[in-house]
Design a protein around this ligand. Structure first.
Ligand code: CTP
Length: 401
């Protein structure tokens, strides 16, 4: 699996860095070509000379090389392009936070940002750091970019404490990477249709009935699915959000009827469908051609029902795995299960409006994932990026079962 593969190993400054000497040896023994980038603080834990000798390549640590009276530039773009994959081990809390936020103050981070190849990262830190909400948010964010986490393990830590945060052992990292390369990205070959955002139902040329949905949940789902290898059709109602990803086709619509049409243009050819849109249930029966004047003391708009897009997907279901959303204020689980059944879904994501921090216009969400066997998994309040990852992981478990 690793024979002939070009591996760019980024080592950051944690005590686990000493284990990378064994890791380099194992990778070289498996037939890989290894180039090492060391951060400044990592060189306090492991010697560049040891790594250069084991990897049979010069070790890079700064943008500039000053050797034999000549100065040259370490090209981070070339390093990124050379690599079949990048492995950052150990990945300290500091480096991961910078990776998650696009900081670029050393050669390793510049190479990470330029790398087009898969990026693995192996976190290593003390147990309380590992459990901190900011660390958990960063881990979620990196995975939502498509970076692959080699989870830390539990055991004795350098602090003397016992718990989660130990970098995976070099042998286990190599096995993890081999297995991953064998299986590929978990959603490769899948076609995912996602509806997102609100719909606007026109009343006259300047007014409409709409809702506060921002579209964020659907856009995050699209990005996570694409980063996991899926081809994504994202059909969104009016939203300020944009997305730029080779695997995502964004189709913008305004009304529920337009969303219905677009969904059915693609639905037959997809393997997974996720209805995250807040579709207006009703639309004005007639749309005034001219702006309506305020001439009468009372004013009534007759509404007619929009087609239920998700219900129609359930009715026409072949092999698709279909997921809906339910936003409930009372009898939440029962109502969500009812919708799952009525719409012939494989799973439903329950949002409770009773949870603070969850719902429309927020960056965070708190969900329960309920499948058609009534198995319920409830998650903590998380950013919508992390929630998207949790949802995709639940789907992956079921489609690969
Ligand atoms: N949905 C849809 N088309 C509609 C209405 C809803 O695709 N016309 C989808 C939503 O995207 C969501 C799910 O159906 O995935 C929500 O179901 P729904 O029964 O409409 O829930 P509520 O809007 O909460 O409805 P109710 O007021 O009946 O509780």
């Amino acid at each position: 699996m690793l024979s002939g593969k070009n591996i760019l190993l980024g080592i950051t400054g944690g005590i686990a860095a000493y284990k990378t000497t064994f890791l380099v040896r194992l990778l070289i023994k498996a037939g890989a070509n290894v180039k090492v980038i060391l951060t400044d603080s990592a060189s306090s834990f492991v010697s560049p000379l040891t790594l250069a000798t084991l990897s049979k390549n010069p070790v890079h640590s700064s943008f500039v090389n000053e050797e034999d009276n000549s100065i040259s530039w370490n090209n981070h773009v070339e390093l990124g392009l050379w690599a079949d994959f990048m492995l950052i081990a150990p990945a300290t809390a500091n480096t991961m936070s910078k990776m998650a936020n696009g900081n670029c103050d050393n050669l390793l981070l510049a190479s990470y940002l330029s790398a087009k190849c898969p990026v693995f990262f192996a976190p290593a830190m003390d147990l309380d750091m590992y459990k901190h909400p900011s660390t958990l948010e960063v881990l979620g964010k990196l995975q939502s970019f498509g970076n692959i986490m080699i989870p830390a393990t539990s055991g004795e830590l350098a602090s003397g404490l016992h718990g989660e945060g130990r970098m995976a052992e070099p042998e286990d990292m190599v096995t993890f990477i081999k297995e991953y390369l064998e299986l590929g990205l978990p959603l490769k070959g899948e076609k995912v249709l996602i509806t997102a955002g609100p719909t606007y139902e026109p009343i006259d040329p300047v007014r409409f009935i709409g809702n506060h949905s921002s579209g964020l949940m659907g856009f995050e789902l699209a990005k996570v699915a694409a980063n996991l290898g899926a081809e994504v059709i994202l059909i969104s109602g009016p939203s300020n959000l944009t997305v730029d990803h080779d695997l995502i086709t964004l189709i913008r619509v305004v009304t529920a009827s337009e969303m219905y049409e677009e969904v059915h243009n693609y639905y037959d050819g997809v393997t997974i469908a996720i209805a995250a849109a807040a579709v207006a249930d009703y639309r004005p029966k007639t749309v005034a051609e001219q702006k309506i004047k305020k001439n009468t003391p009372d004013f009534t708009i007759d509404l007619i029902k929009n087609k239920d897009i998700l219900l129609s997907m359930g009715e026409q279901k072949k092999d698709q795995f279909i997921i809906g959303f339910a936003l409930e204020t009372e009898n939440e689980v029962e109502n969500a299960k009812g919708k799952l059944k009525k719409k012939n879904l494989d799973a439903i994501v329950l949002n409770s409006l009773n949870d603070t921090g969850a719902g429309f216009g927020k960056k965070t969400n708190k969900i329960s994932f309920i499948d058609k066997n009534s198995s319920i998994k409830t998650f903590e309040l998380k950013t919508k990026t992390e929630v998207a990852l949790d949802i995709m992981n639940e789907i992956i478990k079921r489609i690969h079962a």
